[in-house]
Design a binder for this molecule. Structure first.
Ligand code: R5P
Length: 292
């Protein structure tokens, strides 16, 4: 088995090469002056099982095209099995046609990745809302979670006196429940209505158990609108210290101000970001060791 990484995630591929003791193959990637993408795999891949690592974040379209070019080229160069480790899977939120005429982006991306020759996909905290990944893909997809490692990190590094765990919306309950297994403390799931890309309304009729501190848990922070409105709601209820835990810190431009409502943010390195405390390479390594 050998490993290589696209330009978004070669740092994760290099960590995995050390952790799993498998050979790292460099990939040359660059852009032509007109913006087109160039890819060259700089090593022998024929008859080898290959792990390709690429997060589809920050520049999702470029990262996706690069991933497709890498995998299709591996196939043409006679690689055996191709495992795509995609720590952050973009386009998962457009999983249905909300309005007549919209592209169901997730289905199109899934078809492209299958066509590129990938045999199995491994990802982390895939945005699960209306559809399960195994209903979308024809190839196996393994959806790992960072929530256990994030819980362990917080338990090891923080002390709380009167804590509540908070999910900002319905789909966050799955992640909050994982946290609740490790923290002996109550949790609450709020109700979110999305008004637009950056604006949401957060409300709840439930009691907050007179907590002083809250950990808000979600899969993604993009604009930070969800976390901002959740923070305002919790501060109005008397919560004094706020922590946000997210697997994928996409950090779209408006997020810096929105995150200033929080005392601390804790995230993974699925995308390069200043809040990364948990390494996705370790989560993937645990998975591979269980498989081998
Ligand atoms: C959506 O349902 C997700 O779980 C996140 O809550 C959402 O993507 C966060 O986006 P933003 O930071 O732009 O509010």
């Amino acid at each position: 088995m050998k490993i290589l990484g696209g330009s978004n995630s070669y740092y994760i591929a290099k960590q995995l090469s050390d952790l799993l003791n498998i050979k790292y193959i460099p990939v040359e990637t660059r852009k032509f002056p007109d913006g087109e993408i160039y890819v060259r795999i700089d090593g022998e891949v024929s008859k080898e099982d290959i792990i390709v690592v690429q997060s589809l974040a920050k520049h999702p379209n470029d990262s996706l095209v690069e991933l497709i070019f890498i995998c299709r080229t591996l196939k043409e160069l006679n690689a055996s099995r191709i495992y795509a480790f995609i720590p952050y899977f973009a386009y998962a939120r457009q999983d249905t046609r909300f309005k007549q005429g919209e592209a169901v982006s997730l289905d199109i991306v899934a078809n492209l990745l299958e066509w590129s020759g990938i045999d199995e996909i491994i990802t982390i905290d895939f945005h699960l809302h209306r559809r399960k990944p195994e209903e979308i893909f024809k190839i196996p997809i393994h959806n790992l979670s960072a929530m256990r490692k994030l819980s362990e990190y917080i338990l090891k590094n923080y002390r709380f006196s009167n804590l509540i765990l908070v999910g900002p919306d319905e789909e966050s309950e799955q992640w909050v429940k994982t946290f609740a297994k490790y923290f002996d403390t109550p949790y609450i799931i709020l109700e979110k209505t999305r008004l637009g890309d950056e604006n949401v309304i957060i409300k709840s009729e439930e009691e907050l158990h007179e907590a002083n501190e809250a950990i808000v848990i979600d899969d993604i922070v993009s604009t930070g609108g969800t976390l901002r409105e959740t923070a305002i709601f919790l501060r109005n209820k008397g919560i004094k210290k706020l922590y946000a835990v997210v697997t994928h810190a996409l950090l779209a431009p408006a997020s810096e101000y929105n995150l200033s409502y929080y005392n601390e943010i804790i995230s993974t390195d699925s995308i390069v970001n200043p809040y990364a405390k948990v390494k996705v390479a370790e989560i993937f390594t645990d998975f591979i060791r269980r498989r081998l």
